[in-house]
Design a protein around this ligand. Sequence first.
Ligand code: GUN
Length: 285
Amino acid sequence: MTATLIDGKALAAKVREEVAADVATIGRLGLATVLVGDDPASHVYINNKHKAATAAGIEARDIRLPESTTQEELLDLVAELNADDTVDGILVQLPLPSHIDEPAVIAAVDPAKDVDGFHPVNAGLLYLGTPRLVPGTPLGVMRMLDEYEIPLEGARAVVVGRSSIVGKPMAHLLLQRNATVTICHSRTRDLAAHALEADVLVAAVGRLHVIRAEMVKPGATVIDVGMNRTEDGLFGDVDPAATERAAYMTPVPGGVGPMTIAMLLQNTVAAARARRAPTIASSQN
Ligand code: GUN
């Protein structure tokens, strides 16, 4: 068997078109991003987010602060953006410099503007099965699974990785769709035995080719969230030889990666709609 490749690049382009159409109907829509410090990868991510937001017609405000920014200054800025009615979405790029308390900053963002879906309120709503704003990467994976009509009801899903950004929200989204979900992590005994059971296998650990071909159940759907930069280029967490066993598989690059930014834009639309909804309701009174 050779897997059908799940084309994240094409699907992300489609989502971005949908977002642009939504933006045109909503009107003015604002996204503020905050980047603290000099991390080169973060600068590239933020540049890409801005390009995509602007292309979709979103007014993107690009705030870049020096490494020396204090926690108080950052919290003041977040409070200002929370209060700014022209801002629908706020994204504070992670990681933050080590002298800043990251959870405190995440918790300071207005949950209604938290387009990353990282705020404890949004994480809690997802846990309770009533999601509002959901992190972009797992949301993008769900969109890919739906686009390729991968059955989830009653399926065995194995998520490898338990980060708050990908693994945990991914597991909850799959659970909500009635998959039987296992979360594996660095202390899991016999990862191969778990992985081999998976109808849907999501690898999100950030370790080059940690999922070997023989760990994939024949006919499985394999989603590779890994982005491991090496001298030879960008590689995933799954050995590409797994395409010989999987029925569907995401490539790296061109799989999950492009979906993350597309879903950030979709979240910005969702936040804007939710923020405007009470106004529409009250104007009808
Ligand atoms: N750093 C790595 N991924 C992300 C993300 O999705 N959002 C933010 N804010 N920071 C990140």
